[in-house]
Design a protein around this ligand. Structure first.
Ligand SMILES: [Zn+2]
Length: 115
């Protein structure tokens, strides 16, 4: 592949609303699949499919802890790119910090302290 083709692959990986949302959700810190699933309100198979596309593009990486799989941003430069896209489109998403979700049972959302 030449450089343009390689770059096109990157844009293809990014060119999906839910994948952009996932990347934004991972800005501040890693999140587990269950949390991202609750955040998107989609089936886990669907969310996993989008996460896989981002992982295959080298944008995110996973880390297993017990039965949970956590994803994090692989290279923070992609966030700079997203910032520029936000500015170019005037469609700025709020920079997401961790959002506690009632529908999620991940350790960060489970404020009852059970683990
Ligand atoms: Zn959670």
């Amino acid at each position: 592949m030449n450089a343009y083709q390689t770059q096109t692959q990157l844009f293809k990986a990014l060119a999906h609303p839910e994948r952009l949302r996932l990347l934004n959700a991972l800005r501040a810190q890693e999140e587990c699949v269950c949390h991202l699933t609750a955040l998107l309100r989609k089936r886990q198979a669907y969310v996993s499919q989008q996460l896989m596309a981002l992982r295959n593009a080298g944008l995110i990486a996973d880390r297993k802890e017990g039965l949970r799989v956590y994803y994090h941003i692989q290279d923070p430069r992609v966030l700079t790119l997203l910032d520029e896209v936000n500015a170019l489109t005037n469609a700025q998403e709020s920079l997401e910090q961790h959002v506690t979700l009632a529908a999620c049972t991940c350790p960060k959302c489970d404020v009852r302290g059970e683990d």
